[in-house]
Design a protein around this ligand. Structure first.
Ligand code: ATP
Length: 248
């Protein structure tokens, strides 16, 4: 008997979305299976952030989006998060006047009260740098540590799918690797990750599959194990070969 792939956790089909009368995303379809890391790549302005915002309910969309077998049509960000679809938005800001621990408790506002402290510890276990500062005001953390705190806030909700929008932005190379290592650890626990990332090589090294978005349309879908992916991505990004742009 053939071994069939697991049912998708997230299934997006024919999705269009935009801002007012401007349609940014056209007929976008993608799937993410449980425990899979999927990279969403594409040039600036391609619509990556818009896609994450649509899926998490921050922006209206048309088409179909199913998550864990349920239809997400019309659901608010709060409702999608409650189902385990957690979106760490680009450049997410933490509450600088609150302690690290209180930022995390706040992120878990609808986690049962008796479970909250354990969830905070669980989220902090991924980030020893900020765990040591749990009583400090978040404003006292470095920019990179605040970014880690934003990711930890997402983890408090124990996501089934974590959507990370450019988690590496503004981070030193060491911190980038730390954040991406968390994505790998989550995958090992069966959590799926959708990663928007400008650091293409790092994203490809980590991810199982990749989608490229250009001008609001999916122009490439591939397993990261496939040959010649950098060249194919170049063509997908720019519509033609641009030697060396993604190499080296
Ligand atoms: P980047 O890598 O630069 O973040 P992106 O692929 O995430 O790019 P989006 O931020 O989704 O792209 O933007 C897609 C398009 O939507 C762009 O043309 C952008 O100018 C437009 N856009 C984004 N936000 C808004 C907004 N609030 N109102 C109107 N247009 C917007």
């Amino acid at each position: 008997m053939p071994i069939s792939a697991p049912e998708p956790l997230l299934s997006v089909a024919g999705l269009s979305a935009g801002y007012g009368k401007i349609t940014v995303l056209h007929d976008v379809s993608l799937t993410i299976r449980p425990g899979e890391i999927v990279a969403l790549l594409g040039p600036n302005g391609a619509g990556k952030t818009t896609l994450l915002c649509a899926v998490s309910g921050l922006l209206p969309w048309t088409g179909t989006v199913h998550f864990g077998g349920a239809d997400l049509a019309g659901l608010s960000p709060r409702e999608t998060a409650r189902r385990g679809l957690v979106h760490v938005v680009e450049g997410h800001r933490v509450f600088t006047q609150l302690s690290v621990a209180d930022n995390l408790l706040l992120a878990g506002y609808d986690v049962p009260r008796g479970e909250r402290a354990a969830r905070v510890d669980e989220a902090l276990s991924h980030f020893p740098e900020i765990a040591a500062k749990r009583a400090d005001k978040a404003g006292a953390l470095s920019g990179g540590q605040q970014q880690m705190l934003a990711v930890a806030q997402g983890l408090v909700r124990r996501p089934r799918l974590l959507m990370l929008d450019e988690p590496s932005a503004g981070l030193s190379p060491v911190l980038v690797d730390r954040v991406l290592a968390v994505a790998a650890a989550l995958r090992a626990n069966g959590t799926a990750v959708l990663l928007v990332e400008q650091l293409i090589e790092k994203a490809l090294r980590l991810a199982d599959r990749v989608y490229a978005l250009a001008q609001g349309r999916i122009v490439l879908e591939a397993a990261t194990s496939e040959d010649d992916l950098p060249h194919r991505l170049e063509r997908a990004y720019f519509g033609h070969d641009v030697p060396t742009a993604l190499h080296g």
